[in-house]
Design a protein around this ligand. Structure first.
Ligand code: MG
Ligand code: MG
Length: 254
């Protein structure tokens, strides 16, 4: 593949686990506040406070892009798939909200996301969230030494498309460690037995993004927010995972 994939030792993985725990706490606090009436900027502030109170740095803030990313979280609602910028927008009953967060602690990064509903959501929205989360865990289950990245990608794609949904082609999971985005890229579609061979010490952010109506996306005028091209609903779940000798280790769980 020509990609240099860094291998982390036990001490480095332990540091990533600490970053992952702080990141999980930030996300948990945000999740508890997903009620009608709160603004996405208020959620962002809560996450930043949790991260900084633990001595961490919000990884996304200042991240290079069309312009430096201005917030701690990306908060993407309904048709917004990823990279929505927190603002004065007020959450409303029935919306589904994807919250993505990165924490840097002691030089290592953890990256994780979830999607949850605001109050009662439609059956379709609930099904979409369930299938997306299941797809993440189908992918995680393949993250074993000697499996190929294609096995991981395929497991995600098969689960999503088997439910009639779509995965984007341009947005992928990725290696993570000292940097938020390291090689390899990990698409949410692939061919079993192809691509990089997994080995102990690889740390990867797996992140199925799922769209109801189309695999195609477009970017809004703010130049960050990615939406489904047909404005159909989307969802996103992500964990940072370490490949070990046996069971994959979820570094961004509480
Ligand atoms: Mg993320
Ligand atoms: Mg990521």
């Amino acid at each position: 593949m020509g990609q240099r994939v860094s291998i982390k030792n036990e001490a480095e993985i332990a540091k990533m686990r600490l970053a992952g725990r702080v990141n999980a706490e930030a996300l948990q606090e945000v999740k508890a506040l997903l009620h009608p009436g709160i603004t996405t900027a208020e959620l962002d502030k809560v996450a930043e406070t949790v991260i900084r109170d633990h001595g961490g740095i919000p990884t996304f803030k200042g991240y290079p892009g069309p312009y430096p990313y201005p917030a701690t979280l990306t908060i993407s609602i309904d048709r917004e798939m990823v990279h929505g910028i927190p603002s004065g927008r007020v959450l409303r009953e029935g919306e589904i909200v994807s919250v993505d967060c990165g924490t840097t602690l002691n030089g290592f990064v953890a990256d994780s996301a979830f999607t949850a509903g605001v109050g009662e959501v439609s059956k379709e929205a609930a099904r979409l969230m369930r299938v997306t989360k299941e797809a993440l865990y189908k992918g995680i289950a393949q993250m074993r030494p000697k499996n190929y990245l294609g096995d991981v990608s395929f497991a995600i794609q098969r689960h999503v498309e088997g439910h009639g949904y779509h995965v984007p082609r341009q947005y992928t999971g990725h290696g993570v460690g000292r940097e938020m985005h390291e090689p390899p890229q990990v698409p949410n579609f692939g061919t079993p037995g192809r691509g990089l061979r997994l080995q102990k010490g690889m740390t990867i952010a797996l992140e199925p993004m799922v769209l109801v109506g189309t695999p195609h996306t477009r970017v809004l005028a703010d130049r960050w927010t990615v939406v489904s091209r047909d404005d159909s609903l989307t969802a996103h779940f992500e964990h940072t995972i370490a490949v070990t000798d046996d069971e994959p280790l979820v570094l961004t769980a509480l």
